[in-house]
Ligand binder design. Structure first.
Ligand code: FES
Length: 130
């Protein structure tokens, strides 16, 4: 069975994501349940993940949209302090060391309104309103 293609979802203007700065959240469904995906910029590139810690299935950001710890080098779960590499989603410290965030596909595209960030949904992780 081929999977139905889902249209890319515009997340924000490219300039809204600053390197090591606040992320953008978007509602999603994951395996049929409510979820959130998030997008951040790191080393000039945009990365996106399911907002769910590999330790306990909780959202990472305590203050909404704040995913980076103070150095801007790692994503951090506010609950027990797990840290993740922003470019791979790999947990490199904390209780779920060796675990991973679930990545989402992301692309920057030029649009008539300017450069923008798009989520390319795949698998069981879908936009809430397709
Ligand atoms: S829930 Fe994220 S570190 Fe425990």
């Amino acid at each position: 069975m081929t999977e139905a293609l889902i249209d890319p979802v515009r997340i924000c203007a490219a300039e809204d994501l600053l390197d090591g700065g606040a992320g953008q959240r978007m509602s999603a469904t994951y395996v049929g349940g409510e979820a959130v995906v998030f997008f951040v910029r790191y080393g000039g590139e945009v990365y996106g993940y399911l907002n769910r810690c590999a330790h306990v299935p909780m959202e990472l950001d305590w203050v909404e949209g704040q995913f980076f710890e103070s150095s801007g080098l790692y994503l951090m779960c506010a609950t027990h302090g797990a840290i993740y590499e922003p470019d791979t989603g790999k947990c490199v410290g904390g209780p779920c060391r060796g675990g991973r965030l679930r990545p989402v596909r992301v692309e920057e595209r030029d649009t008539p309104e300017g450069r923008a960030v798009f989520w390319l949904p795949d698998g069981d992780l879908r936009p809430t309103q397709p």
